[in-house]
Design a binder for this molecule. Sequence first.
Ligand SMILES: [Zn+2]
Length: 434
Amino acid sequence: MNDALAFLSRYIQFDTTQKNEMAAAQWLAAQMRELGVTRDIVVHEPARGRGLVVARVAGSEPLRPLILNHHIDVVAAQPEQWTRPPFAGEIVDGVLYGRGALDDKGMGVAFLFALLELVQEGAAFRRPVIFTAVPDEETSGDEGTGWLVREHGSALAPEWVWDEGGAGFVGLFGPTPQFGIATCEKQVHHVRVVAQGAPGHGSMPHRNNPNDKLIRALAFALRQPRPFRLSDTTRTMFESLAATQRGAARKLMAQLENPVAQRVADQRIRNDAQLNAFVRDTISLNVVRGGYQGNVIPERAEAQLDCRLLPDTDPDEFDVWLRRRLGREVSMEVLQRSPRTASSPLDSPFYRALAASIKQLRPEAGVFPLQVPGATDGRYWRAAGIPAYGLSPFILSREDIASIHGIDERISGENLALGVRIAKDLITRLCMGG
Ligand SMILES: [Zn+2]
């Protein structure tokens, strides 16, 4: 099967939503052997039924490898909401529909075909390339990349890791594609807030009602946003994107260091959920539980806050701030904390080469560093001191982005071919030649 779109169609037909990546992993390994990409392939089983592929293309020099990573698992899909079945891999007018088309099997196929074409062309690899396909990205990564970094990270010792995170966006920042390469991501920080009180009859309200206490505490804590703050990544990002804006927006974006401009810009930014997430720690009230019957005052109420901290926020400082704002009527407990990790450098050979590859293939495109609002597997590598960069090498519209974890996820053959070419160009720049 040497057509990338047909290959991806078959890959999508493995329904990998249920901790069951092994069959797809074994199929990938078999295909890579059969196509002649490499014979140096190991399929690991980090947990029962979960498959993880490590395929190595050797290099002639003792250089640290480049890792090309994607994840095999996908999020669930409700077939009744889709216009095409999500796991059939149907191709309609050159567009392939299916869960994982963009997140993240398409990227894996782009990497695989880039390697395949280079091997078939007889390219001389100086630097080894390691193709990895991991399970468990969509849940925690602990049985996927987390496991790989823990068990094999120092043996693999990559120079750089190319993973998901950013993409080429079209229609978000004007009509020309703007490729955001992820260099850092926000810290996941989940907090539970609990109010205790005295149970009683609803006909005789009293001041010790836990629902009241919880609502008062949350209303105050959530009223004031956390401060606006730029990092190297977001500063460079806004400077680059300023060129895509017009008039006042262009001026504001270019001058965000200026406190006056910053205050004016922040009024707008606060009203845009995506932009707002770039410049401050955010708190989302996602779970509220209190009470069980219409005429009974309960004894307990709880809320869960999904906090996303900027890469350089000190989580202890954040907890003290939140604690103080919640007040004394409630208690607070941190449920989950992701490690604080440094940003991957913006001036590395990898970042420069990837920017050059994009420009080579799409000369009109812009390239900027991106801070990812959510969490990706890149954090495990960054926490181990390995620079990881996130980019799906495709051009995505707003509709394409909405289809990720949404309905009718899809990729065109043209887009997939662009991904193959960008990956091939990047590998050539970093791993071949003298
Ligand atoms: Zn993904």
